[in-house]
Write a protein that binds this ligand. Sequence first.
Ligand SMILES: Cc1cc2nc3c(=O)[nH]c(=O)nc-3n(C[C@H](O)[C@H](O)[C@H](O)COP(=O)(O)O)c2cc1C
Length: 181
Amino acid sequence: MTGDNPVLAAIRSRRVVRAMTDQRLPRQTLEQILDAGRWAPTAGNRHLQRFVASDDSGTLRALRMVSPGMLQRPVAVVAVCVDRALAVDFGFARQAHSLSVDVGTAAATLLLAAHALGVGGGPVTSFSRAAAAAVLGTPQGWTPEFLVCLGYPAPGGPAPMRRGRRLTWRDLTVWAPREGA
Ligand SMILES: Cc1cc2nc3c(=O)[nH]c(=O)nc-3n(C[C@H](O)[C@H](O)[C@H](O)COP(=O)(O)O)c2cc1C
């Protein structure tokens, strides 16, 4: 169903990577992934997501210790944060739903960009927000919401979390009733 469309092919072939080699990512590659993240759609075009990036092995080790959901040993991590202080200045409620949606759009874009560059990505939301903020030294007012683990895929590692048969788009979709029907 992707034909020869490279974007659709990338969307379909991206999988969570939970086994990574210890080969470092070139800083330029990490910057390309971060640059892709800024193109994610955001509520009101406010760009309230912020990224804290690290490729420091000591920082990553400490982050892993406060992140039970981090099954991989990444060589870099991008923490997608929300600048809550700026959000309030813009008139958003501190916990506004759209801020979480913005985190999702950024995370999906980062994961897809990494995949496009041959880099494996793994989402992690099972981590201590407070401890991760301390480890990463997140600026005042930023809350880390989603960790994107990065590294080159290694053979083996934990099996994908399978939940029965793969869902089709038809399983996930109903057509809205026609106007006037
Ligand atoms: C909001 C969210 C939170 C997730 N948290 C974790 C996590 O803490 N640890 C983990 O290994 N995977 C996590 N995942 C990855 C999912 O388990 C993964 O996307 C799912 O099993 C499907 O795999 P696939 O993306 O390779 O198709 C998370 C994904 C999302 C969207």
